[in-house]
Design a protein around this ligand. Structure first.
Ligand code: FAD
Length: 644
């Protein structure tokens, strides 16, 4: 597709952008929207990102941090698909730490705290530098819906000032803005985020179009003035040295690194919370939407874990030149006065000033069971959705969905223009990525509370690690045209280096006696041991092995890490790969879109009705529908295999 976008979208209200000049429109420049827009542009679509303000691109609504357990793996997957998030945090991270580093690699959680301003600046820079992507400032109030032979289909957007932009596909990533309502004690403020207007008209329009909608809520803690915190009284927490970048394209982190501090709530602080519980928007019943069970407010923690008299709080600076501090662990919707009173009973915060009180926010989401695995709406073809609007919470979850929705919207839009990649879509399944696990969970089970990624959600988590995201995903992304030249070259170089290192691991050998002479245990059975076999032992550290074979010094750190993990988990990895193959043979079998259950001989009317209502995309998804029996599934499998 040629990159012949107009130099600017006309600002006059009645102006209509030439429909032939835009392939994909993305609504919302949050964490999902930027990835969707950049992915669509990388695939070659002429893309327009419509967002309220360019200056809020890369804004972190809540905690100034990227990654964590499960979430860090999602960031690496976004990077493997040539997304932006990992590069943005590498340019702005002020403390990098691999969580769970002492445990197995399947649960390692790379995380970095960000300088909030540097992160937004880095993201804005990456967006501005993406070829084929234009940003239009404005609020989308309506969707253009065209009637086609097959029914209604989204064909563009209408902005609040009357501008209309047409495109073959639209990606909706409005975050917490759809009919957003902030609650602080008994105060209610219509907003998408503090200080920003909600998207009210669009929420009502989506409902009128028949999209199944619901309400969810989330919350954020008060922001504190670091100059009024008694730092000397608190324990320090440092990051890893040297800091390990998120992106395979980053050589090293050059941003100065800082320490965080740790404090904790006290019984006296808990008493203040109990005394003011009736003022909390959530506990007084003023909020109906469900909140994230895994990221509870401090009110929730005090009520749910009544036997605990203390909860940890990480005091995270929001930037290098910013005295704002984010107290991680005490999100709240108590009144501002009650928040101030509670903080006075927390060590180090006795005299703290609040810059901005914490709040809860309630917003509309669209039931993700109404989406195909491509993240296209089943109700409104041409409309894709990603991020918080699909019932998830978190920047990383939003970003991963964004890449997928943007790439698929662009591939579909390309087909309308005769693109040669007909029928191809980005569909990483549960056996290949945490992104696939999340999308499968959302589209088959829905979200009755804000959905957050955990490694425990993945059946094959030993395969779906943070360290091998590129090996799992980059080749497919390259085949779809989603990867730029820099990453393609870097990836090919890494694969060549890995090949060579694997060859060495299988060919270098020691006798048992030689191994024992270097402190590596080996039975005296006379059989030589390969490097691959020796690496199973904790004693076979890199310095020990390099002293034996100096040529190992040449292997890059990330490649050496791979051959170590492959050796240590050899048997387990093989077993999980066999499990994935078995699952793909049965559960992963795709059910063609529009499959006619009425033609499956022997399938009861009840089963037909259940399957028709959910329209699962795979046998595994059909299996997750309550009441669908194994017998019914085998009839469906048989019919698909026979091409019915
Ligand atoms: P957002 O980042 O919200 O971005 C939406 C974008 O769309 C914005 O740029 C907005 O301007 C734009 N937009 C919206 N409507 C329109 C329109 N009609 N026209 C044009 N532009 C539009 N996550 C956690 O993991 N843990 C937490 O504890 C947590 N707490 C949170 C607390 C609060 C108060 C909030 C607001 C969010 C919290 N989050 C938390 C969630 C996290 O911020 C989101 O999950 C993430 O930002 C979602 O990304 P997104 O791209 O879907 O939406």
């Amino acid at each position: 597709m040629p990159s012949d976008l107009p130099r600017s979208i006309p600002a006059t209200p009645e102006a209509v952008v030439d429909p032939s000049a835009v392939d994909v429109i993305v609504i919302g420049g949050g964490h999902a929207g930027v990835e969707a827009a950049a992915a669509a542009a990388r695939v070659g679509a002429r893309t327009v990102l419509v967002t309220h303000a360019f200056a809020t691109i890369g804004a972190m609504s809540c905690n100034p941090a990227i990654g964590g357990i499960g979430k860090g793996t999602l960031v690496r997957e976004v990077d493997a698909l040539d997304g932006l998030m990992a590069r943005a945090i590498d340019r702005s991270g002020i403390q990098f730490r691999v969580l769970n580093a002492s445990r197995g690699p399947a649960v390692h959680g790379p995380r970095a705290q960000a300088d909030r301003r540097l992160y937004a600046a880095a993201m804005q820079d990456l967006v501005a530098g993406t070829a084929g992507l234009r940003v239009v400032e404005g609020a989308v109030d309506d969707l253009i819906v065209a009637e086609e032979g097959t029914g209604p289909r989204v064909a563009g957007v209408v902005l609040a000032d009357g501008r209309r932009i047409r495109a073959a596909a639209v990606v909706l990533t409005t975050g917490t803005f759809l009919r957003g309502m902030i609650h602080i004690g008994d105060q209610r403020i219509p907003a998408g985020r503090v200080g920003e207007a909600p998207a009210a008209a669009l929420g009502a329009r989506l409902e009128a179009l028949g999209l199944p909608m619901g309400r969810l809520k989330t919350g954020t803690p008060p922001r504190l003035d670091g100059r009024t915190i008694d730092w000397a009284a608190l324990a320090e927490q440092h990051g890893d040295t040297p800091p390990k970048p998120f992106s395979v394209l980053t050589d090293r982190i050059t941003v100065p690194q800082i320490a965080c501090h740790i404090t904790a709530t006290t019984p006296a602080a808990h008493q203040v919370i109990r005394d003011h519980l009736h003022e909390s928007a959530v506990y007084s019943g003023r909020i109906a939407g469900r909140g994230p069970r895994y990221c509870p407010s401090i009110e929730d923690k005090v009520v749910r874990f009544a036997d605990r008299d203390s909860h940890q709080i990480f005091l995270e600076p929001e930037g290098l030149d910013d005295h704002t501090v984010y107290p991680n662990g005490i999100s709240t919707s108590l009144s501002a006065e009650a928040q101030a009173r509670m903080l006075r009973h927390i060590p180090g915060l006795e005299r703290v000033s609040i810059i901005r009180p914490g709040y809860a926010i309630e917003y509309d989401f669209v039931d993700p069971r109404s989406l195909l695995p491509t993240l296209e709406s089943r109700v409104m073809p041409g409309l894709y959705m990603a991020g918080q609007i699909n019932g998830t919470t978190g920047y990383e979850e939003a970003a991963a969905q964004g890449v997928l929705a943007g790439a698929n919207a662009a591939l579909a839009a390309g087909e309308a223009g005769g693109d040669r990649r007909q029928g191809t879509r980005l569909l990483p399944d549960r056996g290949r990525s945490l992104t696939g696990v999340m999308i499968d969970d959302l589209t088959t089970r829905g979200a009755d509370e804000p959905y957050r990624m955990f490694t425990s959600r993945a059946e094959y988590r030993l395969l779906l690690r943070a360290d091998n995201a590129d090996l799992r995903l980059t080749a497919e992304a390259m085949a779809l045209g989603l990867v730029g030249a820099e990453r393609r070259v870097a990836h090919e170089a890494k694969l060549a280096a890995l090949d060579e290192a694997r060859g060495l691991a299988r060919s270098l050998t020691l006798t048992p006696e030689q191994a024992r002479s270097h402190g590596i245990p080996a039975n005296r059975d006379g059989r030589p041991r390969t490097l691959h076999q020796l690496l199973v032992h904790a004693e076979a550290t890199r310095p020990v092995m390099t002293a034996i074979w100096p040529e190992l010094a040449r292997i890059r750190a990330d490649v050496y890490e791979q051959i170590e993990i492959e050796a240590r988990y050899d048997g387990y990895l093989g077993r999980q790969e066999a499990d994935v193959s078995a699952w793909r043979r049965e559960g992963g079998l795709a059910i063609p879109d529009g499959f006619d259950y009425g033609r499956v001989g022997g399938l009861s009317a009840e089963m037909q009705e259940k399957l028709n209502r959910s329209r699962p995309a795979t046998i595994a998804a059909a299996q997750a529908i309550p009441g669908v029996t194994p017998a019914a599934l085998s009839l469906v499998i048989g019919a698909i295999r026979r091409g019915a």
